[in-house]
Design a protein around this ligand. Structure first.
Ligand code: ATP
Length: 267
């Protein structure tokens, strides 16, 4: 999510090292990072670059984290927003917020704009093309077309759980034309994510991250981060010097119970 965005605002210190288990995705982003870091070089060669990327896939898998790492890797200003912030009752308000956001990002370029839940503004337009949401989406299209990626190093990253909901106009070449799927982490990825989130935590020597990865099938990075944190809190409460297997097992059970409770509400 966009939680903690105040802290992240402007130039984040997050890098690709903080993002675990997404090596292939990071590889796919390297050319854009290189472009952002060497805009002049590319400009002199007359090369154009993508302006927009869509990260799609289940929640909690690191989309926001990855976008902030993109900004960190390129020393870019970071503007995390949620699509729902632009959906307003009064016609024109969302559109003018979009305009202001892009204006600010251009001024501080290089910049990374991150629009979480982009489907809130970017789902298919109505036929009349007149609602507040449609005006907001139209303004987003105007902004995407209006800036030349050769003039300003501004990259717009949209995130959604459902790529199929987005208006085709948004996905056209020159707009959000690169689509990257970010799915659930596999066994190795879960181990790597656990490693990142226990890096600064004292662990008992018998804590085996691979084993924990096996016990957390189907969980996302957000779940794993929360397990590592819960386990640390339990260890403090128990007056321990290090986090042990018991704390991890209990933390896993708590997270599983949380997932089951959430699913129960959905049904
Ligand atoms: P949402 O769709 O709900 O916005 P998201 O895909 O943007 O979810 P993040 O907000 O990036 O997910 O993930 C939440 C937190 O989970 C991150 O701040 C990080 O602590 C942890 N996390 C998620 N994925 C990873 C990962 N691949 N490596 C390390 N940490 C991760």
């Amino acid at each position: 999510g966009t939680k903690g965005k105040e802290k992240e605002q402007n130039r984040p210190s997050t890098t690709f090292k903080d993002v675990a288990g997404l090596d292939e995705v990071i590889e796919e982003l390297q050319d854009i990072v290189d472009y952002m870091n060497n805009t002049q070089k590319y400009r002199a060669m007359g090369a154009k670059f993508p302006k927009g990327i869509i990260f799609y896939g289940p929640p909690g898998t690191g989309k926001t984290l990855l976008a902030s790492a993109m900004a960190g890797e390129t020393r870019a200003a970071f503007y995390p927003v949620s699509g729902s912030e632009f959906v307003e009752k009064y016609v024109g308000v969302g559109a003018s917020r979009i305009r202001a956001l892009f204006q600010k990002a251009r001024k501080t370029a290089p910049s990374v704009i991150f629009i979480d839940e982009i489907d809130a503004v970017g789902s298919r337009r109505n036929v009349d093309n007149n609602s507040e949401k449609d005006q907001t989406l139209n303004q987003l299209l105007v902004e995407m077309d209006g800036f030349n990626s050769n003039d300003e190093a501004v990259i717009v990253i949209g995130a959604t759980n459902r790529l199929d909901l987005l208006d085709e106009a948004l996905l056209r070449p020159g707009r959000f034309d690169r689509h990257i799927f970010i799915g659930h982490p596999n066994l190795r990825a879960r181990e790597e994510i656990l490693r990142v989130h226990t890096k600064n935590k004292p662990l008992e020597p018998d804590v085996d991250l691979k084993e924990l990865a096996m016990k957390t099938f189907g969980m996302t990075g957000a779940h794993l981060a929360s397990i590592a944190n819960e386990a640390a809190i339990l260890a403090v409460r128990r007056g321990k010097k290090r986090i042990g297997c018991d704390e991890f097992n209990e933390a896993i059970e708590r997270v599983i119970a949380g997932i089951e409770k959430k699913n129960a509400y959905v049904i």
